[in-house]
Design a protein around this ligand. Structure first.
Ligand SMILES: [Zn+2]
Ligand SMILES: [Zn+2]
Length: 336
């Protein structure tokens, strides 16, 4: 079968590999229907930072059809359509035992610690799969994983009803967070991004208002209300710094981007204005909920994604994305 494997930094190959054997107990084999390219796939390709086995079939955002089921798998059968979890947690460390598998002490990700979704067939533990509505387009079902990441970040903010919220960065996670906020929250949604095309798309899909990261203009836009909550999906230390300066007291800033660089921070800024700084890592138990939201979000999600026709196009798409060449939020290869 065909698979797209990362051999080393900057070395991604489309190859013919052995199809996975029949699944061992607790596992299933999936025929992949669609798989999305994540910013972290690009980061790993560019830097090699998370390479733990060579080669490894990349991809951790995908959906597929169950084609074989190992012993002991009671709740899935051949023919089921499922979206996949990206997290490989140990289940035995103190973090896992305390119900926090997303901060497992030896957390790994599909595509890095085991073969991932840029392949015709993938073998996974059944615990990583969530059945989805059969009517969903594969490219939409493949967006369950990033939607769960966005849902986790939005939930971490615990926004009171009616509060204005600023989303900084309208890439995949920022854009999906904005989409969730537009549907699940009733306060004003403000959007900021340096990429004008992407910002316009997210504005159109979510009904959010674009703003500059400028306190005076944001306050004049909000009238008698104050901005107390923001979500950073840029990972830019300048944006995080600017976001903190924009917030009035009594709220929080959620950080979901992967940052490059350090921040020089006066802790009194957080103390005196009682601002919570919330790190958000992947997701905890939000994947089933994200999957359940897909049918209602399908039209919007479809507008945010850029379909890629075959696995052969994945390496070229990595290059194009690293060169900044997409005005959509998510490139998804469709195999079905
Ligand atoms: Zn991802
Ligand atoms: Zn663990």
């Amino acid at each position: 079968m065909k698979a797209v494997r990362l051999h080393d930094a900057l070395d991604l190959r489309v190859e013919e590999v052995e199809t996975p054997p029949p699944p061992p107990p607790g596992h299933v084999n999936l025929k992949v229907r669609a798989a999305g390219i994540c910013g972290s796939d690009l980061h790993n390709f560019r830097t090699g930072q998370w390479i733990s086995r060579r080669p490894s079939t990349a991809g951790h955002e995908f959906c597929g059809e169950v084609i074989a089921v190992g012993d002991g798998v009671a709740d899935l059968k051949a023919g089921d359509y499922v979206s996949a979890d990206s997290r490989v947690w140990c289940g035995t460390c103190l973090a896992c035992l305390s119900g926090r598998p997303h901060v497992c002490e030896s957390l790994g990700f599909v595509g890095e610690v085991c073969d991932g979704g840029f392949a015709e067939v993938v073998q996974l533990p059944a615990r990583l799969l969530v059945r989805h509505d059969r009517s969903l387009a594969p490219r939409v079902a493949a967006m369950a994983e990033p939607l769960a990441v966005a849902l986790h970040a939005v939930r971490r903010l615990a926004l009171p009803a009616g509060e204005p919220i600023l989303v900084m960065g309208c890439g995949t996670i920022g854009g999906l967070s904005a989409l969730l906020l537009s549907k699940l929250h009733d306060g004003p949604l403000l959007l900021a991004d340096l990429n004008a095309e992407r910002l316009a798309l997210v504005e159109e899909v979510t009904g959010g208002r674009r703003v500059e990261l400028d306190k005076v203009s944001i306050e004049s836009l909000l009238g008698s209300r104050r901005l107390r909550y923001a979500l950073d999906a840029t990972g830019s230390v300048q944006a995080i710094r600017a976001g903190l300066d924009l917030l009035s007291g009594g709220g929080a800033l959620a950080l979901v981007g992967i940052s490059h660089g350090r921040i020089d921070l006066d802790p009194n800024l957080l103390v005196e204005r009682e601002i919570g700084l919330l790190g958000c890592h992947a997701f905890n138990d939000e994947l089933p909920e994200a999957v359940s939201l897909l049918p209602a979000f399908a039209r919007s999600l479809d507008r945010l994604c850029d379909p890629i026709p075959t696995l052969d196009d994945v390496p070229g798409t990595y290059k194009r994305l690293l060169d900044g060449g997409s005005s959509k939020l998510k490139s998804v290869v469709e195999l079905d």
